[in-house]
Design a protein around this ligand. Structure first.
Ligand code: CP
Ligand code: NVA
Length: 325
């Protein structure tokens, strides 16, 4: 049990609230709902490890639209649906009519007649919002330019498993104020963790997300610091997170970003400022020698493969809670 969601009536109310809901950003869920999802993920993980069948989505089908590449998101959603007794259909935007200009509205309406849930990985966040408004089945964000909420739910699960609690924890994120930074800010404040972000000038997280998170932080007791100095951000941290310097769709900026982000590499020198027992997270794919050195990502503090595994368990919880009858 993660914490606090123990009363039966409260659990039932959360289950009802989550049913048929979309999963577009972490900010759309309150702290108790997120903790409940983590609890559910841990139970599903235990069942899977014990070899206990758990066909909660027997006969259900998830449609998965990908407008960008993916290894983890695609495989973990597909395997998750199979383990839950359902099925998943991979829909590359290159192959479906959406890629040839069919409207989001028509695509969402048509797919809602065939499948029980839709996962989308796309570019502008506004597109998934438009899709979710038109769809009559739950829509799950498998990454947009602005958010990566399923990844961060898995990250929270990984942090909880390694640290035993979210209390008195400081997490820091070093690098681009991108989709990962945004979802991490939203998730951390909801569970009451202090978060520091260090990015170069001009690459800080979106201010509207930071301001909204500050409001949430007032209720949960978390602190947020948006910084430029990576040493300041890492100082005393229990968890260090980074991500690529050029995200999907920013390939043309790769060279320029390599120069700008050089002082933001997570390496042994920088990690000296963290707590001795810090853990290192990266959503992957990683570029060793760029945003992180091999010494750190392949070293004893790294939990990146637990983190990747937890995509499966966290997403199964989301799928079960949103799609179960
Ligand atoms: N972390 C993550 O979303 O990985 P993929 O791009 O491989 O799905
Ligand atoms: N920020 C990265 C995350 C990849 C999982 C990207 O958007 O490409």
């Amino acid at each position: 049990m993660v914490q606090s969601v123990q009363v039966q009536d409260e659990k039932e109310a959360i289950r009802t609230a989550l049913k048929k809901k979309d999963f577009l950003t972490l900010d759309e869920f309150d702290s108790k709902e997120l903790l409940y999802m983590l609890d559910e993920a841990m139970q599903l993980k235990q069942m899977q490890k014990a070899g206990k069948p758990h066909p909660f989505l027997n006969g259900k089908v998830l449609g998965m639209i990908f407008e960008k590449s993916s290894t983890r998101t695609r495989v973990s959603f597909e395997v998750g649906m199979l383990q839950l007794g359902g099925n998943a259909i991979f829909l590359s935007s290159k192959d479906i009519q959406l890629g040839r200009g069919e409207s989001v509205y028509d695509t969402a309406n048509v797919l809602s007649r065939y499948v029980d849930g839709i996962m989308i990985r796309t570019f502008e966040h506004s597109k998934i919002v438009e899709f979710a408004e038109a769809a009559s089945v739950p829509v799950i964000n498998g990454l947009t330019n602005e958010h990566h909420p399923t990844q961060v739910l898995a990250d929270l699960l990984t942090i909880f498993e390694h640290k035993g609690s979210f209390e008195n924890l400081k997490i820091c994120y070093i690098g681009d104020g991108n989709n990962m930074a945004h979802s991490l800010i939203e998730g951390a404040v909801k569970v009451g963790m202090d978060i520091s972000i260090a990015s170069p000038k001009g690459y800080a997280p979106d201010d509207s997300i930071v301001q909204q998170a500050k409001k949430v932080a007032l209720q949960t007791g978390a602190n947020i610091h948006i910084l430029e100095n990576p040493i300041e951000a890492v100082s005393g941290a229990d968890v260090i997170v980074t991500d690529v310097w050029a995200s999907m769709g920013q390939e043309e900026e790769q060279q320029k970003r390599m120069e700008i982000f050089k002082p933001y590499q997570v390496n042994a020198e920088l990690c000296k400022y963290a707590k001795e027992d810090f853990i290192f997270l990266h959503c992957l794919p990683a570029h060793r020698g760029e945003e992180v050195t091999a010494e750190i990502i392949d070293g004893k503090h790294s939990v990146v493969f637990d983190e990747a595994e937890n995509r499966l368990h966290a997403q199964k919880a989301i799928l079960k809670l949103l799609m179960k009858n």
